[in-house]
Design a protein around this ligand. Structure first.
Ligand code: AMP
Ligand code: ZN
Ligand code: FE
Ligand code: FE
Length: 291
C-alpha cells in the first residue's frame, strides 16, 4: 500500500523497536516502512541506539534512508521530558558510556519494581518480563504486559494507573540525565537534540511552555517535535509558532510501538499523519550548524 499517490516523499522520525519497548524488530520496521513507501525513518528507542545501529547496518542500498536516532528521558517534574537525538554517531564512546549507565539503572529498577509487586501480592518473576521484552531493554511497559497476561489487571493502562505510574505503589525512580545533560550528550555525539511531544511537559500555560523551551534552547536544543499523533491542530500550530520564534527545527513522528501501542501505525499515526521529507533536509542542514 502506498500512503499517497502523489510524488511527495514522507518520513517517520519517531519509532520504537524491540531494542526498547516496541514490538517489531528493526528489520520488520524497515520492511513495513518500505511497503508503505516511506522515504526515510529514524528508530528512536528509549536510552539505547542498538535498534538504530542495527537498522542502519541492514538498510544500506535498500532505497530507504535511515537516520540514526535515540530518545533520552530527562529528569523533569511534574511532567515527562523526552529529548530525541538525530544524526548522532551511534559509535560515539561518550554517548555509549552514558547510555550504559542509564541502562544499568533501568535494570536495577526493574528488579525493584518486581520486588514491590510481589510484596503487593502479585506473583510475577523477572524472567517472565524478559520473555515478553523480545530480547531488548526491559521497561515498565513489559512489566505491564505481564500483569495483563496474568490477569492482575485488564489493560496496560490499568497496570500503569494502579501500580506503575510515578505516584503508584510499585513505582521506583531511576537515574536520569538533567535536561541539559541529555542535550549535551546528543550534541557531543554530533547529533541534533529535539524536544519530543512537548505536551507531556504538562506546562500550565503557553507562557510557561515558552519559558521552558527558551531555557532548553540556551542549553543547546535545536528542534521541536511539532508533528505527533496526539497533537491537535491547535497544538501543532502553537508548536510551529514557537519553533519559528525560537529558531528551532521542526520534526515529526508517530511514536510507533507496534502492539505495545495499538492504533498507531508507522508513517501515518492514527491514520492522518503525513510528514514531508523536507523536514529531514532541514534537519541535516541544522545538524551541520548552518541553519
Ligand atoms: P520506562 O521507560 O520503563 O520508564 O516506561 C515508560 C514508557 O512506558 C513510556 O515511554 C511509554 O511508552 C510507556 N507508557 C507510559 N504510560 C503508559 C500506559 N498508560 N500504557 C502503556 N504504556 C505506557
Ligand atoms: Zn516507549
Ligand atoms: Fe517519548
Ligand atoms: Fe517515543
Amino acid at each position: 500500500m502506498e500512503i499517497d499517490s502523489q510524488k511527495t516523499a514522507y518520513v517517520d522520525l519517531h519509532i520504537h523497536s524491540t531494542a526498547s519497548d516496541g514490538s517489531l524488530s528493526p528489520l520488520q520496521i524497515i520492511r513495513t516502512a518500505k511497503n508503505i513507501g516511506l522515504r526515510a525513518i529514524a528508530i528512536t528507542d528509549h536510552d539505547t541506539v542498538d535498534g538504530s545501529a542495527q537498522a542502519m547496518a541492514s538498510a544500506r542500498d535498500s532505497g530507504l534512508e535511515i537516520l540514526s536516532g535515540v530518545e533520552i528521558s530527562a529528569d523533569y517534574t511534574p511532567g515527562t521530558m523526552h529529548i530525541l537525538g538525530y544524526l548522532i554517531d551511534v559509535d560515539d564512546p561518550c554517548l555509549n558510556e552514558t547510555l550504559r549507565k542509564l541502562q544499568k539503572s533501568r535494570d536495577n529498577r526493574n528488579h525493584e519494581i518486581i520486588e514491590r509487586l510481589r510484596l503487593l501480592g502479585i506473583d510475577i518473576r523477572f524472567d517472565e518480563v524478559v520473555e515478553v521484552s523480545g530480547g531488548g531493554q526491559v521497561g515498565r511497559p513489559h512489566i505491564a504486559r505481564v500483569l495483563v497476561q496474568k490477569g492482575a489487571v485488564q489493560t496496560m493502562d490499568e497496570a500503569f494507573a494502579r501500580f506503575l505510574k510515578k505516584s503508584g505503589p510499585a513505582y521506583v525512580p531511576r537515574y536520569r540525565l538533567s535536561p541539559s545533560e541529555a542535550i549535551q550528550t546528543i550534541l557531543r555525539a554530533g547529533g541534533v537534540p529535539v524536544l519530543a511531544h512537548p505536551f507531556t511537559l504538562n506546562a500550565k500555560s503557553e507562557a510557561e511552555l515558552e519559558a521552558i523551551i527558551a531555557d532548553l534552547k540556551q542549553s543547546g536544543l535545536k528542534g521541536l517535535e511539532v508533528y505527533y499523533p496526539d497533537h491537535s491542530v491547535v497544538r501543532t500550530a502553537l508548536y510551529e509558532r514557537l519553533a519559528r520564534r525560537h529558531g528551532l527545527l521542526m520534526t515529526g513522528g508517530t511514536d510507533f510501538h507496534g502492539a505495545a501501542k495499538p492504533g498507531v501505525f508507522i508513517g501515518v499515526g492514527r491514520g492522518e499523519m503525513r510528514i514531508p521529507y523536507r523536514l529531514v533536509e532541514e534537519l541535516k542542514r541544522g545538524g551541520r550548524g548552518d541553519s
